[in-house]
Write a protein of this length. Structure first.
Length: 311
């Protein structure tokens, strides 16, 4: 039974609210749907918000929101949280999301699981080829323990794993991952938005370069088969991916591949073209950190288990 249908929103605390709003409007092409004192909501379609920004002295992720498959799914999640001894409270954003509950996962990430979100009469965002808010990648100290929680309590399914570094989890919408767990100290690495075509990825890359928000060059992910570019708002520690070609997994029995960590998994293009059958000249270029797209999770997956063991 799919309990979660899709990622709904990400909530951030930011020190400079106006600057963060400008990043999401100018670099990411979302639009403000509502301002309420020190809180701003932004969206890319008729859903009330994909991003919630709140003025805070401590910047970082406040919460991730996921839409449940229905009221029965929320009741089942509440039952499973109770059985696991995890406290939860009713959702607390009246008029914007309904039928929800909030809790803190054992890995320290805060979530809201909700049934419905307020729908706008029309989208305030410009047409930029953005399809949906796709996924989030979070750092957790024990990916195996976190994986057991998300599959056992929230009903997510494992798509693939990159050794013990990253686990990809999917929801009811079948996209390769709606959540990814990366080994590290608890924080949000980035959120991702799906776009219609590769030209849209290129357009966001060019726009980000003009605005000084480009985190790295375009990459081809082996796990999800997507082509991606990453943007960053460095001052507030916000990362946003724009991708196309993200696989969907319709086979309920699929339990995932165990992929080798390294540059070629994070970015299938990182090694360039196959070598010619002649000796490699001295000083030939090798993949560097930027080949992973510019995210901390990508760099960790490129380094692999062996590099971590030597630290």
């Amino acid at each position: 039974m799919n309990l979660l249908q899709e990622m709904g929103y990400a909530a951030y605390g930011v020190r400079d609210l106006d600057r963060a709003v400008d990043f999401f409007r100018d670099a990411c092409q979302l639009e403000v749907s509502e301002r309420d004192g020190g809180t701003v909501y932004l969206t890319g379609d008729t859903r009330h918000h994909w991003v919630r920004l709140e003025r805070s002295e401590e910047p970082g992720m406040i919460r991730l929101g996921y839409r449940a498959a229905g009221a029965a799914a929320i009741q089942e999640i509440a039952r499973r949280l109770d059985a696991a001894g995890i406290a939860w409270t009713p959702g607390a954003d009246p008029g914007r999301v309904a039928g929800g509950l909030r809790f803190r996962a054992p890995d320290g990430v805060n979530y809201e699981i909700y049934e419905k979100m307020l729908t706008l009469p029309s989208s305030p965002a410009p047409a930029r080829g953005i399809t949906c808010l796709l996924h989030a990648v979070v750092f957790v100290r024990d990916p195996a323990a976190s994986r057991d929680f998300y599959t056992g309590v929230l009903g997510m399914r494992v798509s693939d794993r990159i050794e013990d570094v990253i686990t990809f989890l999917r929801c009811g919408n079948l996209y390769h991952h709606s959540l990814a767990l990366a080994r590290g100290d608890g924080a949000l690495d980035h959120i991702a938005m799906l776009v219609d075509g590769v030209e849209d990825v290129l357009a966001f890359r060019a726009n980000a370069a003009l605005r000084g928000a480009l985190a790295g060059d375009i990459v081809k992910h082996v796990a999800s088969n997507s082509v991606s570019v990453y943007l960053t708002h460095a001052e507030e520690g916000i990362g946003v991916e724009f991708c196309n070609g993200h696989d969907r997994i319709a086979d309920d029995s699929y339990t995932g591949r165990l992929l080798k960590a390294g540059p070629g998994t994070v970015n299938a293009w990182s090694a360039g073209f196959p070598a010619r059958p002649i000796p490699e000249p001295a000083g030939a270029p090798r993949a560097d950190a930027s080949a992973g797209g510019g995210t901390a999770a990508g760099e960790a997956a490129m380094a692999g288990s062996a590099a971590r063991a030597g630290r």
